[in-house]
Design a binder for this molecule. Structure first.
Ligand code: 5GP
Ligand code: ZN
Length: 135
């Protein structure tokens, strides 16, 4: 089976600007950053999305994401957005689980904002009930 691009980075077959690595996780700069310093935090074990990740890898990824976020904040004095796209519908392009840590600056031009909808009548409870059935 052909390796995905992040597996190829993990195996050293494709170069990347690494900022962190441990036995479970690697982090490198996104090649097309939303803001400069945008990092990807990537579990070394290939899974398609968060649903497929085991809890240990998920914990290691989030733990590393916090380290990266702290480093971004110390190096650039920046806030950050932590984003994980899961599924094509959510904008996932690379099919290897990963978390984005995007540094945010006072007057940057990045917009990660959505317009707000309204629930009608009983809809809010109906949505909560649908979700709770599967938890
Ligand atoms: P997604 O939309 O799947 O959540 O984000 C994938 C991200 O991976 C994109 O922001 C894209 O710029 C980044 N990316 C894709 N290919 C490469 C690559 O070969 N090297 C690096 N460093 N980043 C990549
Ligand atoms: Zn992969």
């Amino acid at each position: 089976m052909e390796e995905c691009v992040f597996c190829r980075i993990i195996n050293g077959k494709v170069p990347a600007e690494k900022v962190y690595e441990d036995d479970k996780v690697i982090s490198f700069l996104d090649i097309m950053p939303a803001n400069k310093g945008h990092c990807l935090v990537v579990p070394k074990k290939h899974t398609q999305n968060m649903m497929e990740m085991d809890d240990e890898d998920l914990a290691a990824t989030i733990h590393a994401a916090k380290k990266i976020a702290k480093a971004l904040s110390l190096s650039f004095g920046a806030g950050f957005n932590m984003v994980m796209n899961n599924g094509k519908e959510a904008g996932q392009v690379v099919g290897h689980s990963h978390v984005h840590i995007i540094p945010r600056f006072q007057k940057d031009r990045l917009r990660i904002k959505w317009s707000h909808l309204k629930y009608e009548g009983n809809e809010m409870k109906e949505y909560a009930d649908k979700i709770k059935k599967f938890i």
